[in-house]
Ligand binder design. Structure first.
Ligand SMILES: Nc1ncnc2c1ncn2[C@@H]1O[C@H](COP(=O)(O)OP(=O)(O)O)[C@@H](O)[C@H]1O
Ligand SMILES: [Mg+2]
Length: 220
C-alpha cells in the first residue's frame, strides 16, 4: 500500500493539517490508514488525543530517525496507507521518510516567502532520487488559500508549473473547519459545525481524490 510523506522545511505551511485531512478522508473512503507522527512538536499526537480516532485509523507517535524506515515498511506490509507527518526542517529523518515514499506532498502557502522556502523540499527530493537511482513522485499543494486567488498565488503556481512541478488542484482553502480539527480531534464529520461545513468537506474530498489518482498512477 502507498506511503505518502508530507514534507516542507517551512514551519506552519500546513503539513499537519494536510496529513489529518488526507488521512481522515482516505479512512472515510474505506482505507486503513496509519499516520506516523515524526514531528517532535507532536501535532498529530495531540489531534489523536482530543477524541476517539475515526474508524480504520491508527496513529504512531514518537517515530524517530532510527525507527522510521522499519516502521514504514511494517505498516506498508500490513496493507495500510501510511502518511508521514514531519517537522519543518531538513534532517536525516526527513530524508529517510522521503526515500520510502510513493508520493511526497509539499504543502505551501501561496506567498513568495513561503514558496521560496517551500521549494527547498523539491531539492531534498531530488537528492534522494539521485541517491536511490529512481524517481519519486511528488506534488505541491497550496494551503490556506482564499476564495479569490491572489496575484502572488497565480504567479507562483505558473512558475512552479513552468518548472514541471505537479500542483494539486484543488488547493486546501483557508477554513475554520480545517483548523478546528486540532481543537476537537476526529474528522470533518464528527466535529461541531464551523462555518460552511459542506464546502470544507467537498474541498477535503476533492483534494484526497486528486492525491489518490496520483497514487494509482505512481503504482502503474
Ligand atoms: N487550510 C487551512 N485552513 C485554516 N487553517 C489552517 C489551514 N491549514 C493550516 N491551518 C492552520 O495554520 C497553522 C499551521 O498549520 P500546520 O498544519 O500545523 O502547519 P505545519 O504542520 O506545516 O507546521 C495551524 O494553526 C493550522 O490550524
Ligand atoms: Mg506540523
Amino acid at each position: 500500500m502507498p506511503v505518502i510523506t508530507i514534507a516542507s522545511p517551512k514551519g506552519g505551511s500546513g503539513k499537519s493539517t494536510t496529513s489529518v485531512i488526507l488521512g481522515t478522508e482516505m479512512a472515510h473512503a474505506g482505507a486503513e490508514v496509519t499516520l506516523l507522527d515524526c514531528d517532535p512538536n507532536r501535532s498529530i499526537t495531540l489531534w489523536a488525543s482530543r477524541s476517539a480516532l475515526p474508524p480504520r485509523m491508527a496513529v504512531l507517535s514518537h517515530v524517530s530517525e532510527s525507527e522510521i524506515v522499519r516502521t514504514i515498511k511494517q505498516q506498508d506490509a500490513d496493507g495500510r496507507i501510511v502518511i508521514v507527518d514531519l517537522e519543518g526542517v531538513a534532517s536525516r529523518l526527513v530524508s529517510r521518510a522521503i526515500s520510502q515514499a510513493d508520493l511526497v506532498l509539499t504543502p505551501m502557502r501561496a506567498t513568495t516567502l513561503d514558496a521560496t522556502i517551500g521549494v527547498r523540499a523539491l531539492a531534498l527530493i531530488a537528492e534522494e532520487e539521485e541517491a536511490l537511482g529512481r524517481s519519486i513522485r511528488h506534488a505541491v499543494v497550496f494551503t490556506m488559500t482564499r476564495a479569490i486567488k491572489s496575484k502572488q498565488h497565480t504567479a507562483i503556481e505558473a512558475s512552479l508549473k513552468g518548472q514541471g512541478v505537479d500542483v494539486i488542484v484543488p488547493p486546501l482553502m483557508e477554513r475554520a473547519a480545517f483548523s478546528a480539527l486540532f481543537e476537537f480531534g476526529g474528522d470533518l464529520r464528527s466535529i461541531p459545525a464551523q462555518g460552511r461545513m459542506d464546502g470544507a468537506t467537498e474541498n477535503a474530498a476533492a483534494f484526497a481524490q486528486e492525491v489518490y489518482k496520483r497514487l494509482v498512477e505512481a503504482s502503474q
